[in-house]
Ligand binder design. Structure first.
Ligand code: FAD
Ligand code: NAD
Length: 448
């Protein structure tokens, strides 16, 4: 008999925690997991999944308009927000059920309550129950950041945006990253007057800036008001219910909805980590080594709470590697190189590997290939919206070290192309591949 209630106790049933629990259980470990909100975590409940469904739902506005040029009579087409919102919510419920089923199938016990650490090998549940475990995995994710300014609480975050009772007439989205650009696109398509407000003069800093500039241009063309260098001083509610945002010298903006999208902070507050002696960094993230272990031997952490790369596939890989290493006698580490990413803005952008800026700083000889084109369907639709594909090549080796796209379906196209970049293929290998015609992706093998 073991001296512990469980071999593994996981705090947080999100992308990382679910995968770690399932794999550890499949290796024979006795596993329990605590979840204070809903099983599935951010990605499934209030992140990637409902967001992508809203992206699809909102894009019909443009598709229906374009359809006329393809012979369709779309007169009378109307949009109903509660229908989209509730259908998305129902899909989220379905997925949550499947995750619960996965736990049951793998004999993972679930506690639907908050858990905190009470020792290196003990956990306290909100109900007061004390549990012991040989190993503890902290997979508590991250939480939307809200700035410490007067009236900040008048704004919502991505946590609330999926449940709006009605769409606002006007929305101000604060931030210059993933969530801000994705929701600017969604709201704009759904007829909301969107103002995207950024603190500095750049957006999406980790992306190739030429691609980002193209997104800024297209977004403005579509009617999104982008205001850069806007310092948020405060916000206040007005008599008619609207919100007045004070940007100091940059002026005032009146809106009906304010949404914060200024980053996510690791979920480590009041978790008992400091009391147990777990090291946190300046951002509050749990510090771990390549083996996902903290400075306390029995405590590990994966996913957003470690603030390495805040993406679901990364959290899943870390959770899987942890479980294989600790319970499967198969030590694994993650290769963080060449992670493909996409922003599901309208149009989406996607990238893998070095940006032009990074390549020029790192390599002696950089060759840039570009294809600036109008997608065939945009031409017939009379939509003057161009795509840009950029290939970054190391001149010394001919290897493609980066690929950056903006245009319809760029995320879908990039996932496949990222395999070639990850594999270290050369520009010549791309050129040797016959084009698949007519497609947008064929531009990747036709760049001169
Ligand atoms: C709006 C939005 C869109 C996104 N879109 C994408 C995307 O398109 N692609 C992508 O790759 N990533 C996307 N992300 C990021 C992605 O959701 C996260 O990187 C991912 O969910 C991280 O997984 P995790 O396991 O670390 O944490 P989470 O999935 O956040 O899971 C942590 C879980 O722990 C629970 N928890 C926290 N503290 C406790 C406690 N003390 N006791 C019990 N339970 C606790 C939380 O309730 C939560 O369910 C998006 C995020 C947001 C907010
Ligand atoms: N498609 C995807 O893969 C996807 C989608 C959404 C979220 N995510 C993940 O979730 C994370 C969080 O998303 P996000 O969009 O909130 O963050 P982000 O890190 O992408 O962008 C935050 C932006 O807010 C700005 N900012 C920070 N503090 C500010 C302040 N006080 N005032 C004004 N601006 C401020 C930053 O300069 C930055 O541009 C992302 O980093 C990403 O890893 C991924």
């Amino acid at each position: 008999m073991s001296d512990f209630d469980y071999d593994l106790f996981v705090i947080g049933a999100g992308s990382g925690g679910v995968r770690a629990s399932r794999i550890a259980a499949s290796h024979g470990a006795r596993v329990a997991v605590a979840e204070e909100y809903r099983v599935g975590g951010t990605c499934v409940i209030r992140g990637c999944v409902p967001k992508k469904l809203l992206v699809y739902g909102s894009h019909f506005a443009e598709d229906l308009s374009d359809a006329r040029r393809f012979g369709w009579d779309t007169k009378g087409a109307t949009f109903d927000w509660p229908t989209l919102r509730d259908n998305v919510a129902a899909e989220v419920d379905r997925l949550e059920g499947l995750y619960g089923q996965t736990f049951a199938n793998n004999k993972v016990e679930v506690f639907h309550e908050r858990a905190t650490l009470s020792g290196p090998q003990s956990i306290k549940l909100a109900s007061g129950k004390e549990i012991t475990a040989r190993t503890i995995l902290v997979a508590t994710g991250a939480w939307p950041s809200v700035p410490p300014i007067p009236g900040a609480d008048l704004g919502i975050t991505s946590n609330e945006v999926f449940h709006l009772p009605a769409l606002p007439k006007r929305a101000v989205i604060a931030g210059a990253g993933y969530i801000a650009n994705e929701f600017a696109g969604i709201f704009n398509e759904l007829g909301v007057e969107v103002t995207l407000v950024t603190r500095g003069d750049k957006m999406l800093r980790s992306y190739d800036q030429e691609i980002v500039e193209k997104l800024v241009g297209i977004s403005r063309e579509k009617g999104i008001d982008i205001r850069m260098n806007f310092p948020f001083k405060g916000a206040q509610k007005q008599a008619d219910g609207s919100i007045l945002i004070d940007g100091g010298d940059a002026g005032m903006i009146e809106t009906d909805l304010l949404m914060w999208a200024i980053g996510r902070v690791p979920n480590t507050a009041n978790l008992g980590l400091e009391e147990v002696g777990v090291s946190l960094d300046a951002t509050g993230a749990v510090v771990v080594g390549a083996d996902n272990r903290t400075n306390i031997e029995s405590i590990y952490a994966v996913g957003d709470v470690t603030n390495r790369v805040q993406l679901t596939p990364v959290a899943i890989r870390e959770g899987h590697a942890f479980a294989d290493s600790v319970f499967g006698n198969n030590p694994q580490t993650i290769d963080y190189g060449c992670i493909p990413t996409a922003v599901f803005s309208n149009p989406p952008i996607a990238g893998v590997g070095l940006t032009e800026e990074e390549a020029r700083a790192k390599l002696a000889d950089v060759k840039i290939y570009r294809s600036d084109f109008r997608a065939m369907k945009n031409v017939l639709a009379g939509r003057n919206e161009r795509a840009l594909y950029k290939m970054i090549v190391d001149g010394a080796t001919d290897k493609v070290v980066g690929l950056h796209l903006i245009g319809p379906d760029s995320g879908e196209i990039l996932q496949a192309a990222a395999i070639a970049v990850k594999a270290g293929l050369t520009k010549q290998a791309f050129d040797d591949t016959v084009a698949l015609h007519p497609s947008m992706a064929e531009e990747l093998v036709l760049m001169k």
